[in-house]
Design a protein around this ligand. Structure first.
Ligand code: AFP
Length: 335
């Protein structure tokens, strides 16, 4: 490809040359990217745009919503509802699904998103992001309902995120590897910065919220203890730790230089499978990670094979450099 390739051109080539995506999906991804551009502008304005702080509401997970959570959700709904590519949407911030009103043309795709991941970082000017996942409506289905969304992650047809950090970067897979595009604010377009992103199989960097250590399950404790033991321990090398408290930023670091990210099940709320959401966070991120040569499990099973039972299902997440993920998974399976 030539030196400066826009997202539009990349998608057209995916459609035309490689035959990977139908035109409706290409147009849908362009709309998602445009919405991310608007969210990026709102994020950049910060206090100058009156977008900081909490709204006086809770989302379906019982978490206090930030003003930007609500703004980002509205931007994504409004940008996508009339384009004719979608049948419905589901968001971490909304209790039920959003069916595209019948005054607009109906499409064959379903869009799921976490409009603003890492909300606790908004007010302190640290990276946050939008995560999205695209599924196809089941064949022959007439009329959208929640059950149409309950598809395993391996059935995604596109997935990605947009990180709002020092740069705004959109990371995408349509099942043909992972590509990264940085927003060129002067041109107003996303420009390809890397194709065929690959995660090293080994790493010396891990990401986990260590304050939960006393609540972890035995296999996670064993694994992290071994990392902490460093050069003199069973792993024979020193490990470094990072935790941004925004999955989007931790996963972005792993796609850039490897590492392992864990938000495992723990004993704080044992009835919950984990903290992170399967459909809005774990599935899109797991597909990106696998497409970049990494692995993603819930400790026992490949995340992309989990059959969701409900829209807001939670899951334990272990993803990143392949050999490390296999090791922790092995500990869970008793190896
Ligand atoms: P928020 O969007 O509610 O801030 O949650 C972010 C998140 O779901 C995920 O992006 C982080 O990895 C994780 O929560 C951080 O959780 P802790 O605050 O428990 O470390």
């Amino acid at each position: 490809m030539p030196s400066k390739v826009s997202l539009t051109r990349y998608l057209v080539e995916q459609q035309r040359i490689d035959g990977h995506i139908p035109s409706q999906l290409r147009l849908l991804l362009e709309v998602v990217a445009r919405a991310c551009k608007s969210i990026s502008q709102a994020v950049n304005k910060g206090a100058l745009g009156s977008v900081m702080g909490s709204a006086e509401s809770e989302n379906v997970q019982g978490e206090i919503q930030k003003k930007l959570d609500i703004i980002a959700n509205e931007v994504l709904i409004e940008a996508n509802e009339w384009g004719g590519h979608l049948a419905g949407m589901a968001s971490e911030e909304m209790e039920g699904i959003y069916v595209v009103p019948n005054r607009y043309p109906q499409g064959e795709y379903l869009l799921l998103f976490d409009p603003l991941d890492g909300s606790s970082n908004i007010d302190i000017n640290v990276s946050i992001g939008t995560i999205f996942s695209v599924l196809k409506m089941p064949e022959g289905d007439r009329g959208v309902d929640e059950s149409d969304f309950l598809q395993a992650g391996r059935q995604q047809v596109a997935a990605g995120y947009c990180i709002y950090g020092p740069q705004t970067t959109l990371v995408l897979t349509v099942g043909d590897g992972v590509a990264m595009f940085t927003l060129d604010r002067e041109q107003g377009s996303f420009v390809l910065i890397e194709e065929n992103v690959q995660i090293p199989e080994d790493t010396k960097e891990f990401a986990i919220n260590m304050s939960n250590m006393r609540h972890w399950d035995e296999p996670v404790k064993r694994y992290v203890d071994e990392l902490l033991a460093g050069k003199d321990g069973p792993r024979g090398k020193d490990f470094n730790m990072r935790w941004v408290a925004a999955m989007v930023a931790d996963v972005h670091r792993i796609l850039c230089r490897g590492g392992i990210f864990m938000y495992p099940w723990d004993k704080r709320e044992p009835e919950k499978a984990g903290k992170l959401r399967l459909m809005y966070e774990a599935n899109p991120m797991s597909w990106l990670i696998e497409q970049a040569g990494g692995a993603a499990t819930n400790g026992k099973q490949r995340i992309l094979d989990i059959q969701p039972g409900k829209l807001h299902e939670r899951v334990s997440v272990i993803l990143g450099s392949k050999n490390e993920v296999e090791r922790v998974t092995g500990y869970h399976l008793g190896a």
